[in-house]
Design a protein around this ligand. Structure first.
Ligand SMILES: Nc1ncnc2c1ncn2[C@@H]1O[C@H](COP(=O)(O)OP(=O)(O)OP(=O)(O)O)[C@@H](O)[C@H]1O
Length: 340
């Protein structure tokens, strides 16, 4: 049984221009001890989906449909208090910027102490000891706990945010773009620490990122989102080496490898659709170099292959050939010319 199973989740935001369908087909699984990457361009609904798992959503958001089953219980429809009770203890969140995780006016060690005492019910001495242990665990010198967040480098702040998320030994850590603001070398160091701790503690991680090279570096499984919908998922190896959705094929061309510099980068021309008026059919069709008339008329279902590799594309059967074509940057240039 999965630790977390999200099925057909739909979340709307009320906006002046009408309902914005931020998540429409949110389906993903996180197994015990797994690192799952949730990847897609900015604005495709990753943060909305990830945040929703903690029960903390903006005031103008509504859950329209679906299930969020955590440890066998559907959290949707449960009292918010019950859901909130899981926060920190069972599910913890590392926000996009560590400046959001850390209060700038309190010393870093004191903030960790507070989580341990208020949320974890620890006494002063025990919390103190655990704070030092957490600092060491993420590669920080415990003596620096007396400093304020601005005295830390970006990488150190992100380590502190990870330590805080691990404080009460949760089963699931949701990390939203945990390394985006950092330079590539520090990114690797922080990801190494995250991966090492994950393996040591057996915690599950849902890692939200726009950068597919981050996914390739640390994730066991990948879930690809486009325009509010999950369009592909499977093991990192299957999805990255034999992608079945053209959007994933495009994403793999658009980022440099974290380990190997070089290679031609070919961004996907155009941008995601307006989620207040999502297009009919496949939402990626207007940017897809392989789109057929059917793609613009009918929504492709998310079909799961026997090996668990799922994709929502009418041309999935042709994926090996399309994937070869997609490696040629001119395939994507043609889309931009034809879209222009
Ligand atoms: N509170 C809100 N009210 C209205 N619309 C919102 C709100 N928050 C996000 N959105 C919109 O919902 C869509 C999904 O946003 P979301 O932040 O979940 O995407 P994302 O993939 O995480 O992008 P990013 O990486 O930029 O945060 C976007 O169109 C965004 O503009």
């Amino acid at each position: 049984m999965s630790l977390l199973s999200v099925r057909d989740l739909a979340i709307d935001y009320a906006t002046k221009g009408g309902s914005l369908h931020a998540v429409s087909r949110g389906t993903l699984e996180v197994g015990a001890g797994e690192v799952v990457g949730l990847v897609g361009e900015s604005g495709c609904g990753k943060t909305t989906l990830a945040r929703a798992l903690t029960g903390v959503v903006p005031r103008n958001a509504t859950f329209e449909a679906g299930e969020i089953v955590f440890e066998g219980r559907n959290l949707l429809g449960r009292p918010v208090s019950e859901w909130r009770d899981l926060l920190w203890r069972k599910i913890s969140f590392v926000p996009q910027s560590s400046m959001n995780a850390l209060d700038p006016v309190y010393r870093v060690g004191a903030q960790m102490d507070e989580v341990l005492r208020l949320r974890g019910g620890m006494g002063r001495a025990q919390a103190r000891e655990r704070t030092d242990e957490l600092f060491r665990m993420v590669g920080l010198d415990p003596r620096r706990g007396t400093e304020y967040p601005h005295q830390f480098s970006g990488g150190m702040r992100q380590r502190a945010a990870i330590a805080m998320a691990l404080a009460l030994q949760p089963a699931l850590v949701i990390a939203d773009e945990p390394v985006t603001a950092l330079d590539v070398i520090v990114q690797r160091q922080v990801l190494d620490t995250l991966r090492d701790l994950q393996a040591r503690l057996g915690v599950s991680v849902l890692l939200v990122t726009h950068d597919i090279s981050v996914v390739a570096y640390v994730c066991d499984r990948v879930v690809v989102m486009y325009a509010g919908e999950v369009v592909e998922s499977g093991t990192a190896r299957d999805v990255l080496e034999t992608p079945r959705h053209p959007y994933t094929m495009g994403l793999t061309n658009a980022f440099p490898d974290l380990e190997r510099a070089g290679g031609t980068l070919a961004p996907i021309a155009g941008g995601p659709p307006d989620l207040r008026h999502p297009p009919r059919g496949c939402r990626f069709a207007e940017r897809c170099p392989f789109a057929l008339a059917r793609c613009r008329a009918e929504t492709p279902p998310l079909v799961v292959a026997p090996n668990g590799h799922a994709s929502a594309c009418w041309r999935s059967d042709e994926a090996p050939a399309l994937s070869e074509l997609a490696k040629d940057p001119s395939t994507w240039t043609l889309t931009s010319t034809s879209a222009a």
